[in-house]
Structure formats: structure tokens, C-alpha cells
Ligand binder design. Structure first.
Ligand code: AMP
Length: 368
């Protein structure tokens, strides 16, 4: 029986392991937290740091194929393992996504448009870049940023002053895109065949994904076709295999690459119930050497992220019981207002129906 190793034991690892089980594939996860969510669905668990070379080696030895659900696995530890073991996605897509400057250079070089950007590492280079790119713009740390952490929108001179502490580490300055909406594209490839999931429209709140709506209202079939084709060509040109999620800004009939991740994506959780196959299952199929399946949307879907502050509402919805409403709670032992604790997929409803019936459940938010 095939065994898959997962570096990282968060909710993505949990859902990879759940889908693996349904395909008769077993999983072993590695995570520093003894109560990591993925352990609940894994046959094996390795409690160790992500840079523990010995523990990672053990994971690779015990498994037929290894993947990662955690983006910041250091290259120094992963690269030697890629040379020795079966880590079919390799280090390349991870490395290309770990630095926002390299990520955008790579996106541009391989067919995507991006917002204007410049590398900045001092007050002088920041001021020069602001003069060139113009206000408003966004300053982001090049590495280790996530969910809106490590970034600041600059709209005025005072904002530039306030943002200077970010320059303690190398940064990138980007033009602020006055987008109509955000979307994400999720692709899976075995190197020959490419499949991609229907594109959802994403709404962020405080820098964290809040909602995904599929189909994406306003996205014409022609634009969706162009985004999928650009994504596929990008993946092909980069030589990436496995899963890739790309976040994009849409303005009119143009789209701009924002960032990518070579792992299942939060905006693709709806595929579990709203699609004929889902992002986790296709990743497992790729890792286990099974032929990929073409995803087909089976119902309109709305995915709502459940942060700590939404947990009571999610429990209430689960307790009430609603047809076509799927509550996923990840079993994290500690809840915080901005921590991702679960998600809910509402199937068979439109964005307007969600706004009317469900958004009120989440309006009563506690202060942070
Ligand atoms: P990121 O961590 O780069 O995905 O940024 C988090 C969110 O901030 C994005 O999903 C956007 O909503 C917003 N954002 C980031 N960069 C830009 C930009 N250049 N222009 C406008 N909004 C942005």
C-alpha cells in the first residue's frame, strides 16, 4: 500500500490525509506540535521541527512519496532529500514561492503580468521606489509573510514613515492594484496532463481569506479560459509538477499575478463537496501515481473560513443541521480570534443567497 509523507500537520495535511484514506493511501505527517490537526487522520506521526534533518530523513525513508503543506521548509534541509528520495514536486516551486521578489520575477518571465514592483532594502531605496511606482503602493517583506502579516499599504508620506520598521528585512514595493476582485487558480499536473479547478472569487478580510464564491461572479468564460491557459503554460514552462495555487487580481479583462503556493489552497476547500474531485484528492492521485481526474463543478458553492471569532457561529450551524452545508472543524486545541479553525462549504447557493441567509451568523464578532 502506498504511503505518503506530509511535511506539516496543519489543516491542509489533515485534508490531504482524509482524501488519501478514501483512496486507500496511508499518510505520515511531520509537525512540531504533538496535537497537530493532521495527526488525527494519519497512520504515522513524527513530532519534530521542520528543519530537523534527521526527522525529515526518517519521514522520507518511511514513505513512498513526500509532499509539503508548509511553505517555509528551508532549502538547506529539503534539497539534499530531494536528491535522495521521491519528493515529486521537488524544491523548485517551493523555493520560487519563498521570496516575493524571485516569485514575481519568475511569474513575469513565464507569462504572467504582475503589478509594477521593485526591491527595497533601505529608506533611500524605498523613497526612490515610491517616487517611481507612485502612491498608493504596498510594502511587503520578501520572505515569511502570510495572511497580511509583514505588509503595509502606503497611501501618504506619513505611511512611509510608519512602514520603515518593515525594512529591518529585505522588502518588495508593489503598485497597489485597484482590482475589481481577486481570484485563485488551482492546477495539478503529472508533467504530461494538466487539470485545473473552476475558478473562485475570493474576498479577504483583514488580509485573511474570508469567503470564496464559485462560480466567480463577473468572470466571463473567456477570461476564465485565458487564466487557466496562462496558468497551465506557466506551470509547463517552469517544469512544476504536482499542485500549484496562483492568486490573481482581476481588473477589467486583465489579470495580475499576486502570489503562488505549491500546495492545496484555502480557496479550494469548496472542491471537497462542490466538485466531482477535489484539490486534496488530485494531489494524492499525483503522489500515488494514479491518473489525474478532470474536475467538474457539481454545485455552486460558497466557502466561509472559520476563524476563532467565528467558532461559536460555526458550531451553531453544525448543531442546527442544514442540507448542503458542510462544517469542517480542524480540531485545533487553541483558538485565537484570527486563527483558522475550520471552514464551511455551502453548496447549491449563490453569493446573493449567502448574503441573505448566512452572513448574519457571522456579523456578531467579538472585539480583537
Ligand atoms: P498577499 O499576502 O500578498 O496575498 O496579500 C494579502 C492581500 O492583500 C491580498 O489578497 C490583497 O487583498 C491585498 N493586496 C496584496 N497586494 C496587493 C496589491 N499590490 N494591490 C492591492 N491589494 C493587494
Amino acid at each position: 500500500m502506498t504511503r505518503i509523507g506530509i511535511i506539516g500537520g496543519g489543516q491542509l495535511g489533515l485534508m490531504i490525509a482524509e482524501q488519501a484514506r478514501a483512496l486507500g493511501v496511508r499518510c505520515v505527517a511531520l509537525d512540531p506540535a504533538p496535537d497537530a490537526p493532521a495527526f488525527a487522520a494519519c497512520e504515522g506521526r513524527i513530532v519534530a521541527a521542520y528543519d530537523d534533518a534527521e526527522a525529515l530523513e526518517r519521514l522520507c525513508r518511511e514513505c513512498d512519496a513526500v509532499t509539503y503543506e508548509f511553505e517555509n521548509v528551508p532549502g538547506e534541509v529539503l534539497q539534499p532529500l530531494v536528491a535522495k528520495y521521491h519528493i515529486p514536486q521537488g524544491f523548485e516551486p517551493l523555493s520560487d514561492s519563498q521570496d516575493r521578489l524571485r516569485e514575481k520575477d519568475n511569474a513575469r518571465a513565464n507569462g504572467f503580468d504582475t503589478p509594477a514592483y521593485a526591491a527595497v532594502d533601505s529608506e533611500a531605496t524605498l523613497r526612490r521606489a515610491v517616487a517611481e511606482i507612485g502612491l498608493p503602493c504596498v510594502l511587503k517583506t520578501r520572505t515569511l509573510g502570510y495572511d497580511g502579516h509583514g505588509q503595509a499599504v502606503l497611501r501618504s508620506e506619513a505611511d512611509i514613515e510608519r512602514a520603515l520598521p518593515l525594512l529591518a528585512v529585505p522588502c518588495i514595493l508593489e503598485a497597489f492594484v485597484d482590482f475589481d476582485y481577486e481570484v485563485s487558480l488551482i492546477l495539478v499536473s503529472d508533467g504530461e496532463r494538466f487539470v485545473s479547478f473552476p475558478i473562485g472569487r475570493n474576498v479577504h478580510r483583514d488580509g485573511i481569506l474570508d469567503l470564496s464564491f464559485v462560480p466567480a461572479e463577473g468572470l466571463s468564460p473567456e477570461l476564465e479560459r485565458r487564466i487557466r491557459a496562462t496558468g497551465e503554460a506557466f506551470m509547463r514552462r517552469c517544469g512544476y509538477r504536482g499542485i500549484l495555487a496562483v492568486e490573481l487580481f482581476v481588473r477589467g479583462d486583465r489579470f495580475f499575478f499576486n502570489e503562488m503556493a505549491p500546495r492545496p489552497h484555502n480557496s479550494g476547500h469548496w472542491t471537497i463537496e462542490g466538485c466531482s474531485t477535489n484539490q486534496f484528492r488530485e494531489l494524492v492521485r499525483f503522489l500515488a501515481g494514479m491518473p489525474l481526474e478532470e474536475p467538474r463543478q457539481t454545485a455552486p458553492a460558497v466557502m466561509k473560513n472559520i476563524l476563532g471569532r467565528d467558532l461559536d457561529a460555526a458550531r451553531r450551524i453544525a448543531a442546527e443541521g442544514h442540507e448542503g452545508v458542510y462544517v469542517h472543524l480542524y480540531g485545533k486545541s487553541e483558538s485565537r480570534p484570527r486563527r483558522k479553525m475550520g471552514h464551511i462549504t455551502f453548496t447549491g447557493i449563490s453569493a446573493a443567497e449567502y448574503a441573505e441567509k448566512w452572513s448574519k451568523y457571522f456579523e456578531d464578532r467579538c472585539c480583537e
